[in-house]
Design a protein around this ligand. Structure first.
Ligand code: FE2
Length: 194
């Protein structure tokens, strides 16, 4: 078994790789239920070993509900109709509204992407992990990238949920307002993906 002393003697890049593999082995050792290990294995190998997401691999799942088609087009919810009016008046275009030409460098120490105290690095140091300022920047960049990826996926989920709610809702002003919510969520996906 590799001891900490032996690890410390390895070149930094090799040590990082060995550390990563030991960490992966630890994660899988913690999983006592073989069914859980089996179900997590593909995602684990992809994320922890290959370090890549599910790019290019669409996920399909059944979405079944009753769509409510109203033939009489009633004005049946005053507040929702008002929200629909406001949503129409307040439409925005992320493509032109946001300053996309702003220069950004996620590892520029002059412009931190997170407040300095967002991560308490002293906890890592108490466990013998000391990161150089550059590695801290890299760590924070990865952390933010991971968080924003989850937000992006959440926005796609919200887009699809808003579509379904618009189909299923049983008052007509709700359908009109739901249409604007669908556009809102589409914009969120567009902006976070960019
Ligand atoms: Fe959203």
């Amino acid at each position: 078994m590799l001891t900490d002393t032996l690890l410390a003697r390895l070149p930094a890049r090799v040590r990082d790789t060995v550390d990563r593999w030991l960490e992966i082995a630890d994660v899988f050792r913690e999983l006592r239920d073989p069914r859980v290990a089996r179900s997590l294995a593909p995602a684990g190998v992809r994320g922890l070993v290959l370090r890549r997401g599910k790019q290019g691999t669409p996920t399909t799942f059944p979405a079944s509900h009753s769509a409510y088609f109203d033939w009489s087009y009633p004005s049946d919810h005053v507040e929702m109709r008002e929200l629909y009016r406001r949503a129409k008046a307040g439409q925005w275009d992320g493509e032109t509204l946001l300053p996309w030409n702003t220069s950004v460098d996620p590892v520029n120490p002059e412009v931190p992407i997170l407040p300095p105290r967002f991560v308490d690095f002293s906890i890592l140091e108490r466990h013998g992990i000391t990161l150089t300022p550059a590695r801290r920047q890299e760590f924070l960049h990865s952390l933010v990238a991971g968080m924003l990826s989850q937000v992006l996926h959440g926005e796609q989920g919200a887009l699809q949920a808003a579509c379904q709610v618009t189909e299923a809702v049983q008052f007509f002003d709700g359908k009109l307002y739901g249409g604007t919510q669908v556009v809102d969520e589409a914009r969120h996906v567009e902006v976070f993906h960019r």
